[in-house]
Design a protein around this ligand. Sequence first.
Ligand code: 1CP
Length: 354
Amino acid sequence: MNFKLKNDTFLRALLHQPTEYTPIWMMRQAGRYLPEYRETRKQAGSFLGLCKNPDYATEATLQPLERFPLDAAILFSDILTVPDAMGLGLYFSEGEGPKFKRPLRDAAAIKALRVPDIGKDLRYVTDAVTQIRKALNGSVPLIGFSGSPFTLSCYMVEGGGSDDYAKVKTLMYNEPKLMHHILEVTTQAVINYLNAQIEAGAQAVMIFDSWGGVLSHAAFHEFSLAYTHRIVEGLIKEKDGLKIPSIVFTKGGGLWLESIANTGCDAVGLDWNIDIGIARQRVGNKVALQGNMDPAVLFASPDAIYKEVEHILGSYGYGSGHVFNLGHGISQHTDPEHAAALVKAVHELSRKYH
Ligand code: 1CP
């Protein structure tokens, strides 16, 4: 029991301890689908302006919690702050998503890559974590996060989002040593970054391997999972006598569930391709599961949302070890009332399974 928190259901579910209901939070729960977020972003001037100012980051983190009785808060930031701190020059062009001014396009740039000084170059993130913990005042736990080295490398080599990952895959197949060098440096950066978030007050951490699923079986294990594994091993496991659970989410990772569970993480995040009951059979009690509703269900009516929630809860079955979530980030076109219906449905319908 965590006496410091009013609601520690999320942490207990991650550690397979008994709960009264299934906890829920939503990936990208703060963001463009909320009118109050759009207003705050306007005040801040830009998305990066939000991330780099701890007052605004705190405000954005708390917005979804003021609307919905969610069981966890997630730090408002982005995975791309790490390559930005490594000198790649992150910027957002309106309607085009994230871009880097100096993507990794040759061996010289790759060899010059350095682990950033987290205490200096990412101080705005750890300051935000400290401030958010204060503002939460023990209501629900705060999740810290990072991208996986492979997912970060995709953006660092492509220079932005991609449909085919042609540049990063070409590098990986032509120059595996250079690719491994990027992954090595990024792995050390991510370990330092997540541990700094934990030191600043993050009570659980999540590694987003959003693009690991675009790899072949062999490449996934060599270029993505091996590094995720090292990160999990390098994390601070306990702080102030409390366990700090870790969650590994690989979009499209259903095929590799057992390998992901073997990294030593406490929970595996699932997208919506896999049935959560089958996933549970495959991993047993080794890890908790987080997921796995298709975010597009939120476009449908509250009745349809209730049906889908019942289906997922029923498929997971009885007992702890499930954190309800979407299988990927909430769409900016979601009606906030539908998000409210989802949270209500999970809280109401899950009690009979506990
Ligand atoms: O206001 C805006 O226009 C910016 C939209 C936005 C937001 C709200 C971006 C740009 N990032 C975020 C916040 C964010 N990003 C959070 C905040 C906390 C929360 O969940 O509420 C988190 C955890 C992320 C993580 C993130 N950023 C991931 C991993 C998760 C995932 O969705 O797979 C990835 C891949 C990114 C990159 C990124 N940042 C922003 C966008 C639009 C993207 C995706 C670009 C692409 O499709 O390649």
